[in-house]
Ligand binder design. Structure first.
Ligand SMILES: Cc1ncc(COP(=O)(O)O)c(C=O)c1O
Length: 457
């Protein structure tokens, strides 16, 4: 593809992207396809000879788009609703154009230093202490895995060379994200050594049960190592009592990792900032700009006050990557599993500059307000109940008739294409989760969803 063909194809693609946003409400949020349908419509093998770009792009529109669940749709309310907003999308095009791999400062000074600068800007927005070092990974799951490796390095450094798990134990609430357990599986701590601490009536980790579990493990000859607290849990967006948990971490000298993958965005909003109380005492923290901060997937921001420990856990430099640059030259490859790194900070830089903190904060505050309103509509209808406190922009609710009508409502809504919701199970009962987070969602969209639910109830 020569420069002129590239230019024309690029213009055509950007036109399509702009039209996609302009007419996004015309798309069914969940596609009208069945499992295997797309696979069956595509060739079994890749072509041996070149195909015209136009043909590939036509097939994208004809086959791929109709089989897509539209995460960027304003009526996407499943899981945590996200936004890939235009400034970040355009930056993605530049990221691929430069095609940087900044494993070393030398392999891209721009990639390395912009990551340091944007992580520092974001640290300020998150109100984290100045000594926190930031690094970008792909997802919160991987960020949490790095936190657990750093915790292990601090508690049991011989693991790096000798393997074994040193009887290490990790603590989190029973509402913590499954990535904590997956991290324990991955790094050899083992699922059985993750203690899932009980929660109070508002789904927050109970510090008394946490301390009791730590005590029991010490008595049993185990080695308590790390506590993972969550600010904005996945199921109901509960906020664990981080200050009390930090006291316990300090008392037993445990690593405290805080998962604010979704809820960290509250720090941008002065009146929600208290949800982050105590996070300044953490050893590490994760926040995902690709969730509630307008940044296209994927970009996870990991912070730690112990970059030295993280580096001790991971630095391993083969001869071909050794450099003699001065001490200002940071080599991000020393701070994680991966060698190669995408220029992710470029999209964060575009997003932070194009919107500014105030605009993002306004969006978050407005969406939290709509969630309160939606919950009020639900509560006013005797057929429904709100089943968890509305802390951020998530409403968990169900039909009082039980699991079956609640599930049917979700299925009706999803198959209508008008909106997309997912559910979860709380205390054995199926509930719907309406998560507001897309930058194009309006109050009218939410009114229409509620009207649909009421009509089908
Ligand atoms: C609280 C929390 N932590 C971690 C994750 C995992 O995020 P990721 O998909 O970036 O690994 C999620 C996903 O929704 C989450 O809600």
């Amino acid at each position: 593809m020569g420069p002129e063909e590239f230019r024309n194809a690029g213009h055509q693609l950007v036109d399509w992207m702009a039209d996609y946003f302009a007419h996004i409400r015309d798309y069914p949020v969940f596609p009208r396809v069945t499992p295997g349908q797309l696979t069956d419509s595509l060739p079994i093998s890749a072509p041996d000879t070149p195909e015209p770009f136009q043909q590939i792009f036509d097939d994208f529109q004809r086959l791929i788009v109709p089989a897509n669940t539209h995460w960027n749709h304003p009526n996407f309310y499943a899981f945590f609703s996200v936004s890939g907003a235009p400034p970040g999308i355009l930056a993605e095009m530049l990221i691929s154009t430069l095609n940087v791999n900044h494993m070393l400062w030398r392999s891209s000074p721009a990639g390395t230093e912009l990551e340091q600068v944007t992580m520092n800007w974001l640290r300020q927005w998150l109100n984290l202490p100045e000594e926190f070092f930031g690094i970008i990974y792909d997802t919160a799951s991987i960020s949490t895995m790095h936190a657990l490796v750093a915790a292990r390095e601090k508690a049991h450094p011989q693991t790096r060379t000798q393997g074994g798990n040193g009887n290490l134990v990790v603590y989190c609430s029973e509402q913590a994200h499954s990535s904590v357990e997956k991290s324990a599986i991955t790094i050899g701590i083992g699922q059985d050594n993750v203690r899932k601490i009980g929660v109070d009536a508002q789904w927050r980790m109970r510090p008394d049960l946490l301390e009791a579990a730590i005590g029991a493990d010490i008595n049993a000859g185990k080695h308590p190592t790390c506590i993972v607290a969550t600010v904005g849990t996945t199921a109901v967006t509960a906020v664990d009592p981080v200050p009390a948990i930090a006291d316990i971490a300090a008392k037993y000298q445990l690593w405290l990792h805080v998962d604010g993958a979704y809820g960290g965005a509250a720090a941008f909003v002065p009146k929600l900032r208290h949800y982050m109380d105590g996070v300044d005492r953490a050893d590490s923290f994760v926040f995902n700009p690709h969730k509630w901060m307008l940044t296209p997937i994927d970009l996870s921001a990991f912070y730690t006050r112990h970059p030295d420990i993280l580096k001790r856990a991971f630095a391993l430099v083969p001869a071909y990557l050794q450099t003699t640059d001065n001490e200002r030259a940071l080599n991000f490859m020393d701070y994680g599993v991966q060698l190669g790194r995408r220029f992710r900070s470029l999209k964060l830089w575009f997003v932070m500059r194009a919107y500014g903190r105030q605009h993002i904060a306004r969006m978050i505050e407005q969406q939290c307000g709509w969630a309160q309103e939606f919950a009020a509509w639900v509560s006013a209808d005797h057929r429904f109940e709100v089943v968890a406190p509305v802390t951020y922009s998530l409403v968990c609710f169900r039909h009082r008739g039980g699991d079956e009508p609640t599930r049917r409502l979700m299925d009706d809504l999803n198959s209508s294409g008008k909106a997309f919701l997912a559910g979860t199970t709380l205390k054995g009962r199926f509930v719907l989760r309406l998560a507001i987070g897309n930058f194009q969602t309006t109050r009218e969209d939410l009114q229409q969803v509620w009207q649909f639910v009421q009509e089908h109830a």
